[in-house]
Design a protein around this ligand. Structure first.
Ligand SMILES: Cc1cc2nc3c(=O)[nH]c(=O)nc-3n(C[C@H](O)[C@H](O)[C@H](O)COP(=O)(O)OP(=O)(O)OC[C@H]3O[C@@H](n4cnc5c(N)ncnc54)[C@H](O)[C@@H]3O)c2cc1C
Length: 488
């Protein structure tokens, strides 16, 4: 069978923010660029297509003050302090086990932080506008705004896509990268891909940038790394279904050092009845969450920080059938514009009694009634403040509810079913400050770069509003550097 072989300077895998940033910067640096994209033209953009793209900036020129400290805080699990201390030496002097250590290195965080504003400026040259953006969570309403591209992630993708078209970047749609091609010296010199009807194509280049997302769309990897209960999840938006982890796997297969928490994800609680993207219900801190057994299983109000959603989502994933049921009562109407925190297109299930709720969701009625009676008996008088942590906690029920614990006993009851929907997975590969992929011995894999979700940065916890930035910053860096790679 004849194989279609195409020659370029830089091959980029993925048409999200990381891939488009890499393609355009490589093109600007004089390279002949190919982009491989699994999705058809109408659906390019992966996760980026569906995000509002909150960015951790106060404005176009200023990062949030905690940008670096937060990334450092979530940048490791229980690291060996001796290995971490070695990173205070110049990079060239780090032993291999330090360069490959699964910790987000301080120099990578510094490069990330110092590159954000120049990258925002760069995107503005393609016509992207940035505007203040407010989180929808009621509990975060008093927080200062973040920044976002006007029009969301798709606006950035389209702007960069237009630059690709102008600059003769060749984009191969419905073409899935399967494995990396290496030469005799093990340098990466291309990508073996398949198109429609299994048509094979080898796309060769002096460098390859893996920018093809995480593995939120791959059940096998989700269950392998996150346990059997990952069967209960589904990607938060259609774009995640295209991200099946091949970029990460291809790199690991040739020795890349893993980085990031393979058991972790950032997720939203979504209404499983809805087929629309991001059908999230962010109002649960003001109600009670029960599982299929009619029992509470988590603190519904551990804090006002929107980062608590990941922990609650992991708990929902682990419940029977991965389902939770949010029960609120008429008191929800005290909260001004609470519906702004509800994104599902499905109406709440309304009920006049716990019997009716049990019937509607097929829950054991006696168990549900006991759960609600125990919870209501544990609620205390106090000041209820929906827009920040109010310390209105339960007393004497397990699990406790730490804030916003008002009785739920005044019909009509409003209820939503919820499941956990991963937004992005944390596991990826390790890169240096040039976005070059490092192997398990700490050596650069010649010709191989990674950007966006393929880079592992987060452990246990996400650093909110940094993933799109990770894509644009390291995509741009990777493209610039990859364009300089010389033929062997
Ligand atoms: C609903 C939603 C809301 C979000 N909100 C925010 C937010 O407010 N702020 C924030 O920072 N982040 C947010 N995120 C996360 C963020 O959007 C993503 O992490 C980021 O955009 C990922 O960019 P990427 O380029 O790495 O991957 P993607 O944008 O997912 O692009 C990957 C591309 O690679 C393609 N691909 C995958 N595998 C292959 C293959 N083998 N061969 C060829 N092509 C392949 C895919 O089709 C896709 O086009 C959100 C995500 C979603 C879904």
């Amino acid at each position: 069978m004849s194989v279609d072989v195409r020659e370029f300077d830089v091959v980029v895998v993925g048409h999200g923010i990381a891939g488009m940033s890499a393609a355009v910067s490589a093109m600007e640096s004089g390279a002949k660029v190919a982009v491989l994209e699994r999705a058809p033209f109408e659906e390019y953009g992966g996760n980026t297509r569906y995000t509002e793209a909150f960015l951790r900036l106060k404005n176009e020129n200023e990062l949030f003050d905690d940008f670096e400290s937060l990334l450092a805080e979530v940048g490791s699990a229980n690291p060996d302090p001796v290995l971490v201390h070695a990173t205070t030496q110049p990079y060239e002097q780090w032993p291999g086990i330090v360069r490959s250590n699964d910790v987000t290195d301080a120099d990578l965080i510094q490069t990330f932080a110092s590159s954000v504003v120049p990258t925002i400026d760069w995107l503005k040259t393609f016509g992207v506008n940035f505007i203040p953006a407010y989180l929808a969570h009621v509990t975060c309403r008093e927080d200062p705004p973040l920044l976002a591209p006007s029009g969301g992630g798709i606006a950035m993708i389209e702007a960069l896509h237009a630059a690709c078209e102008k600059g003769d970047v060749e984009i191969f749609y419905e073409t899935t990268a399967r494995r990396l091609i290496q030469d005799d010296s093990d340098a990466v010199v291309g990508v073996r891909a398949v198109g429609r009807r299994n048509k094979r194509i080898d796309v060769m280049g002096r460098a390859v940038v893996l920018a093809c997302g995480g593995f939120e769309g791959n059940r096998e990897m989700l269950q392998r790394y996150m346990g059997a209960s990952a069967i209960n999840t589904r990607p938060v938006a259609r774009g995640g279904n295209y991200n099946k982890g091949e970029g990460i796997r291809m790199a690991l297969d040739i020795g890349a050092a893993p980085a990031g928490d393979y058991g972790g994800y950032h997720a939203n609680p979504v209404d499983p009845r809805s087929g629309q993207p991001e059908a999230k219900v962010l109002i649960f801190p003001f109600g009670v969450l029960v599982n299929k057994k009619g029992q509470r299983f988590t603190d519904e109000g551990p804090g006002a920080d929107h980062r608590i959603y990941d922990g609650v989502c992991h708990e929902i994933q682990d419940q029977p059938q991965g389902k939770a049921f949010l029960i609120m009562d008429d008191r929800i109407n005290d909260i001004e514009e609470y519906t702004r925190s509800i994104f599902t297109d499905q109406p709440p299930v309304e009920a006049q009694s716990f019997d009716e709720i049990a019937e509607q969701f097929d829950l054991p009625v006696d168990s549900l009634k006991k759960t609600m009676a125990d919870y209501n008996a544990a609620c205390r008088d106090g000041s209820f403040e929906p827009t920040h942590e109010d310390g209105l906690a339960t007393d004497g029920v397990v699990p406790p509810k730490s804030n916003w614990a008002r009785s739920v006993d005044r019909p009509p009851f409003l209820c939503y079913p919820l499941i956990s929907a991963p937004i992005l997975t944390f596991g990826g590969v390790k890169v240096n400050t040039k976005a070059q992929v490092v192997n398990t011995d700490g050596e650069v894999i010649p010709g191989l770069y990674a950007a966006g979700e393929v880079i592992g940065l987060y452990y246990r916890q996400y650093a909110a509003a940094t993933s799109v930035l990770r894509g644009m910053v390291f995509g741009r860096i990777a493209g610039q550097d990859a364009a300089q790679v010389q033929a062997p």
